[in-house]
Design a protein around this ligand. Sequence first.
Ligand code: PLP
Length: 385
Amino acid sequence: MKTEKNGLGKNEIAVEKTRLQDFEIPLYKPLLDGKELEYVSECIKTNWVSSQGTFVKEFEKKFSSYVGVKCASYCTSGTTGLHLALMACGVKRGDEVIVPDLTFVATGTSVVHAGAKPVFADIDEETLNINPESFRKKITRKTKAVIPVHLYGNPAPMKEIVEIAQEKGIKVIEDAAEAHGAKIESKMVGSFGDAGVFSFYGNKIITTGEGGIVVSNNEELMEKVNLLKNHGMNPKNKYWHEVVGYNYRMTNLQAALGLAQLEKIEEKIAMKRQLAKNYERLFSECKEVELPIEKKDTRNVHSLYWIKAKNKNAKELISEIEKEKIETRPFFHPLSSLPIFKSKQKPVNSNMVFKQGICLPSYPNITTKEQEKVVSAVLRAIMQK
Ligand SMILES: *Cc1c(COP(=O)(O)O)cnc(C)c1O
């Protein structure tokens, strides 16, 4: 069978299978150490398992207050959250939306789902986040919105992005899927743009299994989000459908899980920041790697800790480290390199860091001993000629 150049060939499918086997140290596992079981059991005992019930509403209320915004609307995933936010911002066919080239595919595909064209801005090689000057250069008459991404938990330069966007009349939708609790000064990410989107997939800072949420201070925009996610049904007139909508609702079961997770979010973030400090210390003698940074007056929540190897290819590194039963992960392929987007762009920095970067095991309760094992495996792989 013929596959795309960067798709999975026969050998790679075999590698993929071994990846499903247990690693001694996996990349991620969620920490469910609060009232998760109690709250989920309550849903079952009371019969409220679908998308109505008290947990969904409470989760929205508590999450919006955590982020410091007026409104929040739960949905089925970060991806559907981005789709809803784009539609509510009026993005439609013929529009362009600027996204960073280095991000998870959903940042780009949600733009396609909204009927628009994603345009790829380059990133800053130090922070991996969208470069404001590259964003500015990509703006055309068709640009309707920009989606800065807080990649791996590090806040994107929101002041600069918002300033350029306001000057040009462009909407800002933050992809905060990986950055719950990340801050610039004392302001939470997700609260800078016209709307912010978070994901609750299993390897995010907090999880509901699958799930997402849209947040905003703009009540009118959020009314559109609520309308679209609920079959386009007028909330005051049952079964009167005003637009062709979607069913993007989260269940009460998921929200119950999310509420328990949210109660302990600051503990989880503290654990993430501690594991980042440990990695930084363990790599401090090594001149061959570059590490994540935390800009002054920001809080990086390190959803995944990463390194860039200056003189070794990421793919080789991963397969070496895998031999020691430690799971690591490559950076995302630059979106402009994925044939699905049919892009002719080739941003320099995203393509460069893609070849160098890997993500290391980053579950909140990883032990220092496990981290030492990871770092020695990485160092051995790097030193190998
Ligand atoms: C996880 C993620 C998403 C998508 O979230 P899902 O809940 O998995 O749909 C979008 N953007 C980024 C940057 C992500 O990491």
